[in-house]
Design a protein around this ligand. Structure first.
Ligand code: PEP
Length: 259
């Protein structure tokens, strides 16, 4: 169970590192730091084939494991797909859904909605990624875009199930670059308020304000603390910087310091 009272820091390893030996080394390095941080909920999202080996290396609650995607069916003729139950059996507590790299490869809002329902049905936590590809401050089309992503993903979900949803706001224009290209904290704060408003419109304030909102997009050790404090987010989703023990360790320590 994710602790929402802590800062939630998710490591999205994507299709890295290259083999299980390297994955174990990276995980072990991160574990030595994360297990000492009482105010941080660290979540590692490795490639699914690594889960069973990595989960053997840690049994506490300060680190949880996540999948990077699931398919919505439980079983059947769906070559290459993985169900929520399969991930859960391997030790995952959460699943990233709707990452922009998957959306870019054809995943639709409808697919994402079905995946969220399947994640919640399985009792896992969904880390729902949303984010615009560019921003036009004059006409605000990015806000309409975020609204439609949120409404289509979460439409029909019960208020009770919302407690198993984390929203990761990842503006696509800021992903995979360096700290200078990350979103500015004040702009992030405005967007976080906007996301809370959209979720409130569908679920009411008390349920909506409990949904943790993370930021992702070129988080590195030097901007992590400011994004958390001035951006007013509950945590961070970290891509490239999560592949270095030193860099990710510093991000985790920044989260501990600002909590
Ligand atoms: C991501 O792809 O989810 C991400 C946040 O990547 P990066 O940190 O490399 O921008």
């Amino acid at each position: 169970m994710i602790s929402v009272k802590k800062k939630i820091i998710v490591a999205n390893w994507k299709m890295n590192p290259v083999n299980i030996a390297a994955a174990k080394k990276l995980f072990t390095g991160i574990k030595e730091i994360a297990r000492n941080l009482s105010k941080v909920q660290t979540i590692i999202a490795p490639p699914a084939p690594y889960l069973s080996e990595l989960t053997k290396l840690y049994k506490g609650h300060r680190i949880l494991f996540s999948g990077q995607d699931i398919f919505w069916e439980e079983k059947g003729s769906f070559t290459g797909e993985i169900s929520g139950t399969m991930l859960k059996d391997l030790g995952a507590a959460c699943v990233i859904i709707g990452h922009s790299e998957r959306r870019a490869r054809g995943e639709s809002n409808e697919d994402i909605h079905k995946k969220i329902q399947a994640v919640l049905q399985t009792g896992l936590t969904a880390i729902l990624c949303i984010g615009e590809s560019d921003r036009d401050h004059k006409d605000g089309t990015h806000l309409a875009f975020l609204t439609s992503q949120l409404e289509s993903a979460l439409g029909g979900i019960s208020k009770g199930k919302l407690s198993k949803v984390v929203i990761a706001y990842e503006p696509i224009w800021a992903i995979g670059k360096s700290k200078d290209d990350a979103m500015k904290p004040e702009e992030l704060h405005e967007t976080v308020l906007f996301i809370k408003k959209v979720v409130t419109n569908s679920f009411g304030k008390s349920a909506a304000f409990k949904v943790p909102i993370l930021y992702g997009g070129s988080v590195e050790k030097d901007n992590a603390g400011t994004l958390l404090t001035e951006g007013m987010v509950d945590g961070l989703l970290v891509g490239h910087a999560s592949l270095s023990v030193r860099e990710f360790g510093d991000i985790l320590r920044s989260a501990q310091e600002v909590s």
